[in-house]
Design a protein around this ligand. Sequence first.
Ligand code: SF4
Length: 361
Amino acid sequence: MAKPVIVWKSGKQLSARSVLSWRIAQTAVWLVGAFIMFCLFFFPSLGLLLFWNILIPVAPALLVVFTGLWRNVCPLATTILLPRHLNFSRRKKLSATQLGQLNFAAVVLLFIIVPLRHAIFNNNGPATGLLILSLAVMGIGLGLVYEWKSAWCSGLCPVHPVEKLYGENVLMTLPNAHCHECMNCVIPCPDSTPNIHPQSSKKTIWACMSGFLITGGLPGFIWGWFHVPDETSFTNISGFLDVYQLPFACMMVTLVLYGLLSRYFKGTNSRTPVSIFAAAGVSCYYWYRIPSLFGFGNFGHDGLLIDLTHILPAWSISAITIVTTGFFFYWLVMRKKNNSSWVIRPPFGEKQVSGNQKLTV
Ligand code: SF4
């Protein structure tokens, strides 16, 4: 039997000039990413410095203000969406349960990988390179099967839960530089939904659990993580697993706090705890990360970018961290939700369902 065609409602196309500009930006950032990867394998000290002490420390602030910019130029996204851009993808659609499971797995992956920075990745360039390569292979595999960003960028990518938590009130909406047509592959689409946050979808138990875990757990997890030193001389597996103890214990504390707080905010105020915990997470990150970048950290040279201890007084670093904390609480908690999405939803595409019957959805 002939397949009908579903015709999606259409939006505004990007101009050729805008597409070209975004392709140039994506290529430039991809080349930077490829250079960092090269350094991680062949010049590990430089690669580790560029990746863990420059790129990663910038990322949380970027996600708070311009999540869409990162979504548009992330080198991993550019790589894994290549099969779709080149029409090699099978373009399958995930069910709500599958999407929820991928989102839950993304949170679990994040909480498993990050403590391993203390044990391996912070001091081992090739291991960090292999980690990124493994994630890229997983992403490409999913991109070959599933439509647009659904399975990786909005599914299993371990950065995505953090994007959703921090990117709930971005500065402005940018064009979508990847999906040139929207196939409604993710509902709700994190890119196109105004003020999306981890609790926006309650369609499945998996979506609820992943939203609760990342929102309530992340601030405690971050606090605990910064109180564990880098350790590379493990003699047994239990020493290796020690890097998880404090982050997980602190995560449990903030999960309970979040659970209790959520009970007191109902109706229109129900997202206030999400905003408070998002601000607490990113503020806690910079509270510890800025001092360690400049030599004022808890554990000597862990996370050091440049030692400024002979130039700057300690109080100046404390002043900076107070300012960043104030900024994130203002931006995420006090500032009015501005109804902005990360990127503009592109024109809806046509989907071949069966025959030549056309359905509008
Ligand atoms: S914009 Fe449309 S096609 Fe792109 S990820 Fe969102 S739902 Fe999928």
